[in-house]
Design a binder for this molecule. Structure first.
Ligand code: PCA
Length: 326
């Protein structure tokens, strides 16, 4: 080996060991909703915070719009370590545990204030369930209150008969069944197409999702129902988490707490903003009429009883803790 080569090899080894000392890692973070959605924007801000807070030792690349994994596959991808971190609507996994559906029980916690109290009551159980699944909860942010979208005027449940209804979890499918509609599960990223092609003609969702997906191109009416405020959860694989240094864990927890507060505020701000956007797009936006609301409340009572039955003692304890905090 010539002197120069030996020097170069030595320099390369030094550079490598300096890199290893920093232990720089990149995490992929799949998210199911469009890049312009407030959850996704919040995720990007969280990722930037983590990069800065860990001095670049952990950088997070956000993949919005279901581009890396579709919503339904994100949780499993994190559990199995295909990705390190990701965001998922946990109520989409009620097949695994009915408790995951606590945030989609109709009219249980229909305001932001109640939704926060319900979440606080549910959090220990949710964290324990996620722990069994190799998942560490970092933060959770509610969607704005859920209302009903149609392509015609609807004043009663009878008006819904036979409508093809896009669902996003068990609760929404059940709502379709109990209102005489035909449920079809479609990811948010796919709904513009589903409405344009007639695969679906209706849904329950926030003004935010209708606005993000420009549903005024296919639909005509949004009825404010304030049925529930489901949550997105950002979770990290526990094996990955275990390898994070204490200092970086603290930095990430700080970023997560900030993201949770910022996301909640964005969700509140987005509620009226997006309903105005739907109206500007040409839709009729108004509270559901008294007849419809009365019928929906009856259906909600049925669904609440069904959920309590499925969620057993854990569900009852969670609701009791929530009621005690009200
Ligand atoms: N938007 C998501 C879930 C709840 C919401 O407001 C969706 O429609 O898929």
């Amino acid at each position: 080996m010539t002197f120069t080569r030996a020097l170069m090899a030595g320099t390369a080894t030094l550079a490598l060991s300096a890199g290893a000392g920093l232990a720089a890692e990149k995490w992929d973070m799949p998210m199911a909703y469009s890049a312009s959605n407030f959850h996704s924007e919040n995720g990007v801000a969280f990722a930037e915070c983590v990069g800065a807070g860990t001095n670049g030792e952990i950088t997070i690349e956000v993949h919005p719009g279901g581009s890396l994994f579709a919503g339904a596959d994100i949780k499993r991808a994190i559990q199995t370590g295909q990705v390190q971190i990701g965001e998922r609507l946990l109520s989409g996994h009620q097949n695994e545990s009915a408790v995951f559906g606590f945030d989609s029980v109709p009219f249980l916690a229909p305001s932001f204030e109640d939704s926060e109290k319900l979440y606080e009551a549910a959090k220990p159980q949710i964290e324990a369930l996620l722990d069994e699944q190799n998942l560490e909860l970092l933060y959770a942010v509610p969607w704005p209150p859920q209302g009903l979208y149609f392509k015609k005027e609807v004043n009663s449940v009878a008006d819904m008969a036979g409508i093809k209804f896009r669902s996003y979890n068990n609760t929404t499918s059940r709502l379709a069944e109990l209102t005489g509609m035909l449920p079809v599960t479609v990811e948010a990223a796919e709904i513009s197409q589903a409405f344009a092609t007639g695969v679906a003609e209706s849904m329950v969702s926030s003004g935010a999702t209708g606005y993000d997906r420009k549903v005024w191109e296919s639909l005509t009416h949004f009825y404010e129902v304030d049925a529930w405020l489901p949550r997105n959860y950002v979770m990290v694989n526990q094996h990955v988490w275990a390898d994070v240094s204490d200092a970086n864990k603290e930095a990430i927890r700080t970023c997560a707490a900030e993201a949770e507060a910022r996301g909640l505020q964005a969700s509140k701000d987005y509620t009226q903003f997006t309903m105005d956007g739907l109206a500007e797009g040409g839709m009729t936006v108004q509270p559901a009429g008294d007849t419809l609301m009365g019928e929906l409340r009856e259906i909600g009572a049925t669904m609440t009883a069904e959920w309590l039955e499925a969620a057993g003692e854990e569900g009852a304890a969670l609701v009791d803790a929530f009621k005690a905090a009200q």
